[in-house]
Design a protein around this ligand. Structure first.
Ligand SMILES: [Zn+2]
Ligand SMILES: [Zn+2]
Length: 79
């Protein structure tokens, strides 16, 4: 029986679409972008999401607006 995808609090590093996850083998998880379909297997979301980018991180969007309608956004970290 196929394991179900669950939605994560992370967004795709290439298109900022929502990342979905499901358990894979052992400690690994399978990740897929709900928007562009990019797939990765890894220990955590940072292999596919914006957390894996330099100076960026996925954050809950506490100011949902027409410009940033997503529940989760990738924000640039300032040093
Ligand atoms: Zn994507
Ligand atoms: Zn992330």
């Amino acid at each position: 029986m196929a394991k179900r995808w669950s939605i994560t609090q992370h967004v795709c590093a290439s298109c900022y679409g929502r990342v979905l996850a499901r358990p894979c083998d052992d400690e690994l998880m399978e990740f897929v972008c709900a928007n562009c379909g990019r797939e990765k297997v890894g220990e955590n979301e940072s292999c596919i999401c914006a957390c894996g980018l330099q100076n960026a991180e996925c954050r809950p969007n506490d100011d949902v607006s027409p410009l940033w309608p997503g529940e989760v956004v990738a924000v640039e970290l300032t040093a």
